[in-house]
Design a protein around this ligand. Structure first.
Ligand code: SER
Length: 590
């Protein structure tokens, strides 16, 4: 069964069961400063899991593009990739464990409308229970009623069977489905044997049903949500691998055309890994670049740069000629022809971008490697890692990887200090912290995010509609807002802006969101970040009693404080020029 048919069957199955189909949100979260990329299907839906009504209703299904780079070191094994598509069905306070599990099982095993997998090759894990939530007997009971024997159900702790996208927001226990991909079949496995089989990739996790009924704040489960939700995720690449009877995702149909363009290699582990890394990183880079990102030293651009530069190194290892990445990139759109037509539209521009980035990197790569070799007789200081970064274009992770190969250490903290001296702490450098959309989202950051929207509108009120947002950055200490404006703000203007924001805070307005078609959303006059590319549907956050009477309306992925009254008092601490026509405000909440 090819991947197109897998998508089709998945969506048709849930459409028949009353679910509204949603398009994939863009990879870069819409105007959400707290996460670099969408890392799970639930991220753009988080506000609705928290209780906001979704215009599509209570049952939704989608195929969401995701980028996760925290497992980048594992790419090269059978199942890890940095870009993947997640098939998901959603219940927003509607059905719960019974239907979710039954439908997962039916879709996986039914031969006519489903995938026809062998139920005797399925293994199930459920949450073992802890101080926050009981052992998930309820899910196990549903599995047993479907014919899964007790000895194929394993109870695992919070590290395995609890899903939460970050320190704050909706979360809950999950039940995961694993499939045995060995030729002979593993048969019955004890708890220990199952863990070992999974570690050695003899079984593959193909689906995860999360029962989102809890809420986390500052890393702690604080209680139950107003509604019980279901968030399921099935990795398309892994399903394709299993259904096409391959033992790794790179041999299945989404990767195969890309792999076919790479040199065969010598079959040894190192070259198998290098081929997979090149294919993976090029594919991910194509998707990221198509969603409007260019290589740079910060944020999403840094991730793209890191992927492309890493791919160059592994392409060299395979003996590929220079500028091969752009050529390989040319195979990606074809594999997604009817699914993401924008890949084809952007193909020329993306290939050009890759050539430029590779050329730029190659200019310094040799000198950088020479410098690295000089340094590598001892551990590498933060200062030297920064030199490799700033003068030779080595992303920190590249230096760290080379250092590991040479069995020496790098002073990461020292590097970060150097970096902070030269620029405001790069968002990308803390990417590891940001697992999901709610990410970063300490309570203080949510407040700053909401304050940013108020500030944006107040600036437009005082300076005129020509004020356009050019950038924003938030941490727990302050907000920073860049906007297009010709002249320095006068003291009166600054005071007026502060007064308006603080008045809106005193009014204690609710902060709410809706999903709308992009054209409809544009008609509301909502502000958007003009550099951003948006998908067909967008989330619009508004501050006020309802959309028609809202004080502020913006395209945004959230999350936000729930009412302005929580924010405190806004004070502008600095207003300065970044460059001609570009101003920057720093403000704090006190
Ligand atoms: N959020 C869960 C995951 O990413 C299920 O969709 O695995």
């Amino acid at each position: 069964m090819d991947s197109k048919e897998i998508r089709r069957r998945f969506l048709a199955f849930f459409e028949k069961r009353g679910h509204t189909m949603l398009p994939s949100a863009p990879l870069v979260p819409e105007n959400d400063p707290s996460a670099l990329f969408i890392t799970a299907g639930m991220q753009p839906l988080a506000p609705f899991l928290m209780g906001n009504p979704h215009p599509g209703g209570r049952r939704l299904a989608n195929v969401q593009k995701c980028v996760r780079t925290q497992d980048i070191e594992s790419v090269g094994d059978a199942t890890h990739d940095t870009f993947f598509e997640m098939l998901g069905n959603w219940s927003l306070g509607d059905y719960f464990k019974e239907e979710a599990i039954r439908w997962s099982y039916e879709l996986l095993t039914s031969t006519d409308e489903g995938f026809g997998l062998d139920s005797r090759r399925l293994y199930i894990t459920c949450f073992a229970g802890d101080e926050n939530a009981p052992r998930d007997e309820e899910s196990a009971c549903v599995w047993r009623s479907l014919g899964i024997p007790e000895n194929r159900i394993y109870y695992l702790p919070v590290e395995n069977n609890w899903w939460s996208p970050g320190e704050n927001g909706p979360c809950g226990p999950d039940t995961e489905m694993f499939y045995d991909i060995t030729p002979a079949g593993l048969g019955e496995l004890t708890h220990e044997q199952f863990l070992w089989a999974d570690d050695s990739q003899q079984t593959v996790e193909i689906w995860n049903d999360v029962f989102i009924e809890y809420e986390k704040r500052a890393g702690k489960v604080v209680g139950k949500l107003a509604q019980k939700n279901v968030d399921t995720g099935a990795g398309l690449e892994r399903l394709a691998m299993v259904l096409q009877k391959k033992d790794n995702i790179f041999d299945a149909d989404l990767f195969a055309p890309i792999m076919a363009e790479l040199p065969a290699g010598d079959g040894r582990n190192a070259s198998v890994r290098a081929r997979r890394i090149v294919a993976d990183h090029v594919r991910t880079s194509v998707f990221i670049a198509t969603d409007g990102v260019s290589p740079s030293n910060t944020s999403q651009g840094y991730v793209l740069r890191r992927l492309l530069r890493r791919a160059v190194r592994f392409a060299d290892l395979l003996g590929m000629p220079p500028l091969s990445l752009a050529r390989i990139a040319g195979c990606v759109p074809h594999a997604y022809a009817d699914i993401y037509p924008e890949l084809e539209t952007s193909q020329g521009a993306v290939q050009e971008l890759f050539e430029k980035e590779e050329t730029l990197f190659r200019k310094t790569l040799h000198r950088g490697m020479r410098e690295f070799k000089k340094l590598s007789h001892a551990n590498i200081s933060g200062h030297d890692a920064f030199l490799l970064f700033s003068s030779y274009g080595f992303p920190f992770e590249l230096t760290a990887e080379l250092a590991r190969e040479h069995e020496i250490a790098v002073d990461e903290a020292g590097f970060r200090e150097e970096l902070a001296k030269h620029q405001e702490l790069s968002r990308a450098s803390t990417e590891g912290k940001f697992k999901g959309g709610l990410a970063g989202g300490s309570e203080k950051e949510l407040k700053y995010h909401t304050a940013t929207h108020l500030l944006h509108q107040a600036l437009a009120d005082v300076l005129g509609e020509s004020v356009r947002q050019m950038g924003s950055n938030i941490n727990a200490e302050r907000l920073r807002f860049d906007f297009a404006h010709e002249s320095k703000l006068t003291d009166e203007e600054k005071q007026k802006v502060e007064e308006i924001v603080n008045e809106k805070i005193r009014e204690n307005l609710p902060v709410q969101s809706v999903i709308l078609l992009r054209e409809e959303a544009e008609k509301t006059g909502a502000r958007h970040f003009f550099k951003e590319k948006y998908g067909d549907t967008v989330t619009l956050y508004y501050i006020g009693p309802d959309l028609a009477h809202a004080y502020s309306k913006e395209f945004c992925g959230g999350p936000h404080a729930s009412r302005t009254g929580e924010l405190g008092t806004l004070r502008i601490v600095k207003e300065e020029a970044v460059s001609a026509g570009l101003r920057r405000i720093k403000a704090v909440l006190e």
